[in-house]
Design a protein. Structure first.
Length: 424
């Protein structure tokens, strides 16, 4: 069976097990992506009753294809490591940067900083990875429903008490639960309901991307390296992500106005920017474009709060960060993990208040902000090479940031020394 196939059938919407009556659950999860699959699995592992509702049917396309090493520890808790190791996903050992002049940096090999198997990660196809994660959730006891849309989150006073759902045939019912986890992405029902979204005006970016077959890729240990390539005019950058089946994901990220205002079309803009990045153009010279150019706009944002009484936001529903350092899937899974642990503790002691099930928020936001700061420094012209030459003792800390080991206060000294460079 391929990684892209589902191993369970959720078409029997009205079966006794999943859909009969207003049964009480411990937790309802909205959304079956990495955040929802992570949170639901970790809670179900503790023998709580968890039901997940996903409006689409998997596999489905999604961007966000490069993992960073710190996902290892969440994957281990989920029981996913052996599945990843036996998959056909391309192994990723490093990241490289290409300057506006075309100069290629030495690879940042993750293993050099942390000699452990966690320092090797993967370039994934999300349609396959997300199916694996959702299958794994069911194997751990989560009741998964696909093709089921959540119409509303139910409240009694200020406390969330469940959801109202509808299947593809139009059948509706209510599902009651002690906790509702919203993992429905940037279209989050709760973030809109409470007007919690805060756009990140400093990172008002957009992206255009497509896929190539037969594009150049390095060999051996460097085959799966993510390459970040600056535009010659310094107004943005390309990602270059080698995947299995001879595919490479190649996208350009820049300020929203630069990419989308006064341009003829997304397709023409994409190729105009490729002219502005000769190294990418050279790498695809003999390759075949195999997908239309896709676009996303205005995607960096966060929520004012991660939780309320009886409800939690995880993954992109809580916040999405610029894709520069491929932190998206890690942050989704990490927020799902931290929220799950707080919810399990809350269920055990009978406390599903905001203060209990949202107690992870401050630590998570600190880590996310460290990655955000590194992203902002890149856009402001930060040079890894120059910084390491001046502060060689920070090489390990910078690599920690790049691999997603974000939740350590000692990393803040990196930014203190970055600031000192600006005034010296």
């Amino acid at each position: 069976m391929s990684n892209g196939e589902r191993i369970f059938n959720t078409s029997n919407f009205s079966t006794d097990k999943t859909m009969a009556g207003n049964q009480d659950l411990d937790v309802v999860v909205i959304g079956g992506g990495p955040a929802g699959a992570t949170a639901s699995t970790l809670i179900a592992q503790q023998d709580y009753r968890v039901e997940l509702f996903e409006r689409e049917r998997f596999p489905r396309y999604h961007i966000g294809e490069s993992l960073i090493p710190e996902t290892y520890w969440v994957l281990k808790r989920l029981g996913m490591l052996d599945k990843m190791k036996s998959s056909h996903f391309v192994k990723k050992h490093s990241v490289q940067f290409v300057s506006p002049s075309g100069r290629i940096s030495a690879p940042f090999y993750f293993h050099d900083n942390k000699p452990h198997e966690c320092s090797q990660t993967w370039q994934i196809r999300r349609s396959e990875f997300d199916v694996m994660m959702l299958n794994n959730a069911e194997e751990h006891g989560v009741v998964v429903n696909e093709g089921v849309r959540v119409l509303d989150v139910l409240f009694e006073g200020d406390k969330a008490v469940g959801v109202q759902i509808v299947d593809e045939a139009g059948n509706q019912r209510e599902v009651r639960a002690d906790v509702v986890i919203d993992a429905s992405g940037q279209s989050s029902m709760l973030i809109n309901k409470f007007r919690l979204r805060v756009p990140d005006t400093q990172l008002n970016k957009g992206a255009l991307w497509t896929y190539y077959e037969g594009a150049d890729r390095d060999q051996g240990k460097d085959e799966g390296a993510t390459i970040v390539l600056s535009l010659q005019n310094r107004k943005g950058w390309f990602w270059y992500i080698p995947m299995h089946d001879d595919l490479v994901s190649i996208g350009v990220v820049a300020d929203f106005d630069y990419l989308f205002k006064g341009r003829d079309s997304n397709e023409s803009t994409y190729f105009e920017e490729m002219e502005n990045c000769p190294v990418v153009k050279e790498r695809v010279a003999g390759a075949k474009q195999v997908a239309p150019v896709k676009a996303t706009k205005d995607y960096t944002s966060s929520a004012k709060q991660a939780a309320g009484d009886g409800w939690v936001l995880v993954g992109d529903a809580f916040g999405f960060l610029d894709p520069l350092y491929s932190s998206g899937v890690l942050l989704a899974m990490k927020s799902g993990e931290l929220a799950a642990d707080a919810i399990v503790e809350g269920l055990r002691i009978g406390d599903t208040s905001r203060s209990q099930i949202g107690k992870w928020e401050a630590e998570y936001v600190e880590g996310m902000n460290r990655m955000r700061r590194l992203v902002c420094e890149y856009y402001d012209g930060f040079s890894f090479g120059e910084f390491i030459r001046r502060f060689p003792h920070h090489q390990g800390s910078v690599t920690d940031l790049l691999i997603g080991d974000l939740f350590k206060k000692e990393l803040d000294q990196v930014f203190v020394d970055i600031d000192s460079m600006k005034v010296s």
